[in-house]
Design a protein around this ligand. Sequence first.
Ligand SMILES: Cc1cc2nc3c(=O)[nH]c(=O)nc-3n(C[C@H](O)[C@H](O)[C@H](O)COP(=O)(O)OP(=O)(O)OC[C@H]3O[C@@H](n4cnc5c(N)ncnc54)[C@H](O)[C@@H]3O)c2cc1C
Length: 430
Amino acid sequence: MTTIVLGGGITGLLAAWHLQGRGEAVEVWEAETQLGGWVQTLPWNGEDGRPGRVEKGPQGILVRADSPADKLFRQLELPLESPGKGARWVGKKGRLIPVPAHPVGLITSDLMRWSTKFRMFLEPFQPVRPAEPEEGLSAFIARRAGPGMAEELLPAMVAGILATPPHVLSIDAIPMLRKWESYGSLFNGVRKSGISHLMVPKGGMGALPLRLAERLATVRSGLRAHSLEALPGHRWRVNGHGHSAEADRVILALPAFEAASLVAPHAKASADALSSIPYTSVKLWHSRHAPLPPFDDGFGFLIDPPSGRPYLGTLVPSWIDKGCAPQGQMQLRSFIGDSTIWEDPRPDEAKDWAWVEARLKQWLPGLGAPLQTREELSPNAIPRAEMGHRARVRTAVEALPAGIEWLSNARFGPGVRDVIEGLEAWVTER
Ligand SMILES: Cc1cc2nc3c(=O)[nH]c(=O)nc-3n(C[C@H](O)[C@H](O)[C@H](O)COP(=O)(O)OP(=O)(O)OC[C@H]3O[C@@H](n4cnc5c(N)ncnc54)[C@H](O)[C@@H]3O)c2cc1C
């Protein structure tokens, strides 16, 4: 069996690695010259030339002991470093409110009203609902942890993961939640499946795709597939610029909209379903400053959307990944969401550094002037699993012609961990 994997992001490289491990002949085509898709660590030296870096996408990965992610990093002999437990805040009512490290700490926290806290502690006693029909994310949280939780805390949490308001999303936007409920309650699910810890591979997240690529026999970067041709016996020819190849199977490890254009001439129903999956764009502003205690020694904060949209929050990469900023500097990463989904009253206003700095200073009045800034645009970065996502994914997958498969974070879940777990299940089922 020969396979061509299109897409050298984490999904494509990992799918190829699994298949190669089963003795199959696999080659990967990646359109860009750099591998990794969103998982790339980019150099960003200090003004004085001292080395530093920024992440294009994930800042880290959540890993729990003996999980597929844990096993993967061990198999790849890629050491992980943990920043430990850092303080987190939610920006709300004009100030940063600490997020307690343990649920019991919520009792005295200002994050929620008393009635919300009380209802949250009843979560383990709520009945489990069947997985079908698909439920909305806000409705799921309101049902399990109470409507107060869905209104007061969920929007900030979801903004930090998906840059999207939760009321437009399906529960499939965060598949882990349904898995936890299958244990009887979210509380039980978290307890039984084990606590995850934020980890970063040595050298940054980009080390993961690079290590996978080192272990693969054939990876062609700078080669974009532009069409697929059906051959007799369900074989396929893939045409790229200046290069074509034939295979028994083609795996589209691509965002849904990219997969749709390749599939359209062969399977209209699948292409229509793929192109109906929306994506959210975000903008990241990286900045370096003099350290600002105690904020420099924590994970960062998310903004409760009514207080800040479409400015979604700021992380502290220099705490998460100690090697990213020149020594003695604090590195920040601020997220700007798509103004239209966050109902920004002035969606066309330029979100330049001055705009970001003004918002940062509302929450961190003591923040010093930036030593360096850098903007990263992330167009169509995050799949938006709106209600109906499950049916769209099912049609997209089931209507594909024989010999073509589609694997993506839009199918498995938004995070690297979801992709690792989804691919492990996919390869085991084969
Ligand atoms: C700003 C941001 C922050 C994030 N933060 C986190 C986080 O903290 N934790 C977490 O777990 N996840 C996070 N994610 C999500 C994570 O990055 C994604 O889930 C993951 O990278 C998706 O990988 P992928 O391979 O499915 O897709 P992609 O990374 O999009 O890879 C697809 C690849 O296909 C290539 N391609 C496209 N068309 C063609 C073609 N025709 N031929 C050949 N190649 C093609 C592209 O160039 C690309 O390299 C974040 C994402 C973003 C954007």
